[in-house]
Design a protein around this ligand. Structure first.
Ligand code: ZN
Length: 158
């Protein structure tokens, strides 16, 4: 278990297309554990492998602090509704922007035993899933932001 360094906007690894995972090795499991450690340490609700410099299609999400889920090769198979709200990213520290996303998604993915499962999310969970899966294709929320990117400090003062 270890906290890994979070890569930040501007680093090339965040902009590539991550590779499909074909088998879960002990190293893959270690990576997933480290991703959870790194996400919790940074008070995030999601993290994608490219954010720790690994070009693999793996994301971890936990929007409540009590529902950790690791998704391997996740694919959004259904998306509907719309939500517009503030969003941030551990790879864009100190910033927040407004992004419109689907309000409800169903995602198909594999677990650490390479067993296929589906997970459904609404609101924050749906937002986190879409945001993290975007990372696997090199897409950052700043690409989708409506209007300006705010400094978190400025928002706190309002
Ligand atoms: Zn992010």
């Amino acid at each position: 278990m270890a906290v890994r360094q979070i890569r930040t906007l501007g680093e090339e690894v965040l902009r590539g297309t991550a590779k499909e995972v074909t088998e879960v090795t002990p190293r893959t499991k270690e990576l997933i554990e480290d991703m959870f450690d790194t996400m919790y340490e940074a008070n995030g609700v999601g993290l994608a492998a490219p954010q720790v410099g690994i070009r693999k299609r793996i994301v971890v999400v936990d929007v409540t602090g009590e529902d950790p889920v690791a998704l391997i090769n996740p694919v959004i198979i259904e998306a509907d509704g719309e939500q517009t709200g503030y969003e941030g990213c551990l790879s864009v520290p100190g910033k927040t922007g407004v992004v419109t996303r689907a309000n409800h998604v169903i995602v198909e993915a594999y677990d650490v035993n390479m067993k296929k499962f589906r997970i459904e999310g609404e609101e924050l969970m749906a937002r986190a899933l879409q945001h993290e899966i975007d990372h696997l294709d090199g897409i950052m929320y700043v690409d989708k932001v409506e209007g300006e990117l705010y400094n978190n400090e400025d928002l706190a003062e309002e």
